[in-house]
Design a protein around this ligand. Structure first.
Ligand code: FE2
Length: 180
């Protein structure tokens, strides 16, 4: 289950209900998928064939269709990022700069981990959302954020889009951003 770290105060928020409450207060959608539905050979697996990626999408078809009905997504896919990903360093550099999108950024973690760093409302400042398998998060549209890997440096996630070509990153310069 996800954990939160507030960068300005180093405060951590743990426990499903606390995390959910905090994220809801920031208008960040936070839900869970039951990863045990995945067949064992697809759990914790990072080098996936196209067939295996489709098997992941089929496993969570009900969850995906539910999101489509509620939020109007039109396409979805599975992304993997590991040390074996070509240009991983370049990709991460690109991911690790603060930006916004005109649509929300929704990810369901299937294997591995990831962190969204999000600019909170008011005095909250930036906070990290550390994600593990089964965590689903949606960063609201026009909210400054970025994504990076955790120490294990690998993740498999399902992404959903309203418009793939409308999902463009707009750089967001922010002198108040606190790196560590
Ligand atoms: Fe983004």
């Amino acid at each position: 289950m996800a954990q939160i770290r507030i960068r300005n105060t180093n405060e951590r928020i743990t426990g499903d209900e606390n995390v959910r409450q905090f994220l809801n207060s920031q208008e960040v959608i936070y839900e869970h998928w039951d990863i045990s539905k995945l067949s064992p050979e697809l759990q914790n697996k990072f080098d996936l064939t196209d067939d295996q990626k489709n098997a992941i999408l089929n496993t969570f078809d009900t969850e995906i269709k539910d999101l489509v009905a509620r939020r109007g997504y039109r396409t979805w896919d599975v992304i993997t990022l590991t040390e074996a990903t070509p240009n991983i360093e370049e990709l991460l550099k690109k991911f690790e700069s603060i930006h916004t999108h005109s649509e929300d950024e929704i990810r369901a973690i299937i294997s591995g981990n990831g962190i969204f760093i999000i600019k909170g409302a008011g005095d909250v400042g930036y906070f990290d959302v550390e994600l593990e398998p089964g965590d689903l998060i949606s960063v609201p549209e026009n909210t400054p954020h970025f994504f990076t890997l955790m120490e294990n440096r690998k993740v498999v996630a399902v992404r959903l889009f309203v418009e793939t070509d409308g999902w463009v990153a707009h750089p967001y310069e922010d002198p108040t951003f606190q790196k560590a």
